[in-house]
Design a protein around this ligand. Structure first.
Ligand code: NAP
Length: 224
């Protein structure tokens, strides 16, 4: 495994690397056959880490037998800079000679939950409640990524979506129910193409309800 910070309680080899500077990358992939490339930086330096640095990294990966790239459902239809960068990275990989699998997932449960952290403000969650999500459990997706190693390079794999499509209002209501909160949900609506794309569920794939763990189960399991 490679990243900048060494994770706690790691029981396999780890080496330092940084996609911003390129430091450590050669060492990290020396003698490696398969890469699951989960490094990403949605908020800072995304253009470098997710696109230009990614392209340079691919040039170093000519010996790799299977490059697995987790991506996100619907990114070409959602006008967000980070998603545009993910799409550009997919294109770089598709046009490379590196044997690969691009596997898109829907948003993780934790991602959607973080949207609801936007304060129990005056005992209310203010959310764009009509947006739709098909969130999926990150552990289930990780297990799927590991399984793809055995399947071999597929080019573009089927999407890995969560088990149900819910509105953000429904998800906020679940959070209130599971945690016995006294908050209410105040539904906001915003103009613009970005919100429209989530409103229309471009980030979902109703034909690929592959994950089993629902958002409600994820919330309940957190409390244990
Ligand atoms: N979050 C979602 O809802 C979602 C949904 C579908 C697909 N995905 C995709 O799944 C993958 C993982 O997403 P995630 O949400 O789990 O990401 P994350 O929690 O933000 O983790 C990103 C990883 O990238 C590493 N990283 C960041 N900057 C780096 C740098 N400069 N050099 C080396 N490593 C760096 C981080 O480790 P260090 O900080 O220690 O370096 C961290 O391990 C991404 O490809 C993402 O697009 C995410």
């Amino acid at each position: 495994m490679t990243s900048r910070r060494k994770p706690d309680n790691l029981n396999f080899d780890w080496v330092y690397s940084d996609f911003l500077t390129g430091e450590g990358l050669e060492t990290a992939i020396h003698d490696v056959d398969v890469i699951i490339h989960a490094a990403t930086s949605p908020r800072k330096d995304s253009k470098i880490i997710d696109v230009s640095g990614f392209g340079e990294f691919l040039n170093m990966c000519q010996h790799i037998k299977h490059f697995i790239y987790p991506s996100i459902v619907g990114i070409e239809d959602i006008p967000m800079k980070y998603y545009m960068h993910k799409y550009q990275a997919e294109e770089l990989l598709k046009n490379s000679s590196v044997p690969h699998t691009i596997i898109r997932a829907t948003q993780f449960h934790s991602f959607v939950e973080n949207l609801l952290l936007s304060k129990p403000f005056f005992k209310n969650y203010f959310v764009p409640g009509n947006l739709r999500f098909q969130s999926v459990d990150v552990v289930e997706f990780s297990i799927h990524l590991i399984k793809i190693i055995d399947d071999g390079p597929q080019g573009i794999a089927d999407d890995f979506g969560g088990p149900e499509i819910l509105t953000l209002k429904e998800m906020a209501d679940l959070k209130i129910k599971v945690n016995n909160e006294s908050n209410n949900v105040v539904n906001l609506s915003f103009p613009g193409k970005l919100f429209k794309s989530f409103l229309e569920g471009k980030n979902t794939n109703e034909h690929q309800k592959v994950g089993k763990i629902t958002f409600e189960e994820y919330l309940r399991n957190k409390g244990k």
